[in-house]
Write a protein that binds this ligand. Structure first.
Ligand code: ATP
Ligand code: MG
Length: 402
């Protein structure tokens, strides 16, 4: 039985139920995936119908029951990527009425394989139910004593023990376990709607998708390509990798060519900002068509010469009914790289890739005013047709989010 604790959801007052439901659904989906894949790898006889993992909402925590044959490491990995979870543990579940001696027996059984005279341990008890007859320090002392008597351990260390054993006394049951795993925190996916992330082949935009998902957004992606990507291309592998966190979604692929053809006619030096505006306009139409709430990018203030407040304002001016999110705006490159490494996108991002922005970059203007860019945009012939050509030639690839 997995015990799952969430963080901020508990603060959400009336909305708490919705958040709990979103978390429950996401856990169910992820765990179903890993347990059905262990099915297909033959761990469970195919003739047997596996009941789906059971996620239950309890009082300020969730529990997850899986088949005993399920692969524990895969479940730990899945829960470790589920936004909303602060920590979780694979536990032994006991009735709330269990007496202290019996709890001690379970802990002793758990501790015996780890125990040695040279190593230290600690018992940590938390009582959500204050009606339990002993206080937490009393439980810790009494059980610690019994562990010393009945195992090879000879020493307790309260500050940095080699092993720690946990007892959580909830109002309706008691959990014991020996390892707490950290979840990624944040809010459950879907609790804040669905967004469209502009995905390039770089380091930043996959991290931006991760950040939006961390705050509860489901994610679809939009990528403008020079050469149409296939399933094995860098951009799709990047999207797949980040979707291990962001969940199921779509990658919309649109050609850069229609914009490229029209811009050649204008001989402008504002090509980069004009392209940013164009990407936003295409993205906005997609949001409308697919009912996505807003768009997000991997923009970062000052990271390259063109990422100025003026240029970002000029890009935002292209949007009519939507706004743009820039979750990486104020992070340092090192901080972004740390995230990229953690989510596993860094290596893929570093593979060589011909991006449309790298074609344009040599013309980059560092600052342009809104009034000026609007006038420049008027010079692009057949703008509406260019938008339509781009959208009509778009394709999509499905991400199953695992
Ligand atoms: P990244 O590392 O995400 O590529 P970057 O530092 O290279 O970012 P730019 O190339 O200036 O920055 O792009 C800024 C943002 O514009 C990207 O983070 C991404 O959201 C969006 N973008 C850039 N190129 C494309 C593209 N070809 N398709 C879709 N979005 C793009
Ligand atoms: Mg880029």
């Amino acid at each position: 039985m997995f015990l799952i604790h969430y963080g901020e959801i508990a603060l959400k007052g009336k909305n708490r139920r919705d958040f709990e439901m979103a978390l429950k659904r996401d856990i169910q989906r992820r765990v179903e995936k890993v347990t059905s894949s262990s099915n297909s790898s033959g761990k469970i006889p195919s003739s047997r119908v596996t009941p789906s993992p059971k996620v239950s909402i309890r009082h300020k925590y969730l529990t997850l029951e899986v088949e005993p044959s399920a692969n524990e490491q895969e479940i730990i990995s899945a829960l470790g990527k589920t936004f909303g979870i602060i920590w979780f543990a694979n536990t032994i579940e006991l009735s709330r009425k269990t007496e202290l001696n019996e709890i001690a027996e379970h802990i002793i059984k758990l501790a015996k394989p780890d125990a040695s005279a040279k190593q230290t341990f600690k018992i940590s008890c938390k009582r959500a139910d204050k009606k339990f007859p002993q206080t937490s320090p009393e439980v810790e002392r009494e059980i610690g004593h019994q562990v010393l008597e009945n195992t090879a351990y000879s020493k307790v260390d309260l500050t940095s023990p080699d092993h720690e054993y946990f007892i959580e006394i909830e109002t309706d049951r008691i959990f014991i376990f020996d390892k707490k795993h950290r979840g990624p925190g944040g809010l459950p996916i879907g609790s804040n709607g669905r967004v469209l992330v502009l995905l390039s082949g770089g380091i930043d935009s996959p991290v931006a998708a991760y950040m939006m998902a961390k705050r509860g957004c489901a994610v679809d992606f939009l990528h403008f390509y020079v050469k149409e990507p296939d399933e094995n291309s860098k951009i799709i592998r990047l999207a797949k990798k980040v979707s291990e966190y962001t969940g199921p979604g779509l990658v919309f692929l649109t050609p850069y060519l229609p914009f490229n053809m029209q811009i050649l006619e204008t001989k402008t030096v504002y090509e980069l900002v004009l392209f940013r505006r164009f990407m936003f306009k295409v993205a906005e139409r997609m949001c409308e068509k697919k009912r996505l709430k807003t768009i997000a990018t991997g923009d970062n203030l000052g990271q390259v010469a063109s990422q100025t407040l003026e240029n970002m304002t000029a890009a935002d001016d292209a949007l009519i009914n939507h706004t743009s999110m820039r979750p990486l705006l104020c992070l340092d490159k090192e901080e972004i790289i740390t995230f990229a490494k953690k989510i596993g996108t860094y290596e893929i991002s570093n593979e060589p890739h011909k991006d449309c922005c790298s074609i344009i970059d040599k013309h980059a203007k560092t600052r342009v005013e809104v009034k000026k860019i609007r006038a420049e945009e008027e010079k692009i012939p057949d703008y509406e047709k260019m938008l339509r050509d781009t959208l009509e030639n778009g394709t999509e690839i499905k991400l199953d989010g695992a």
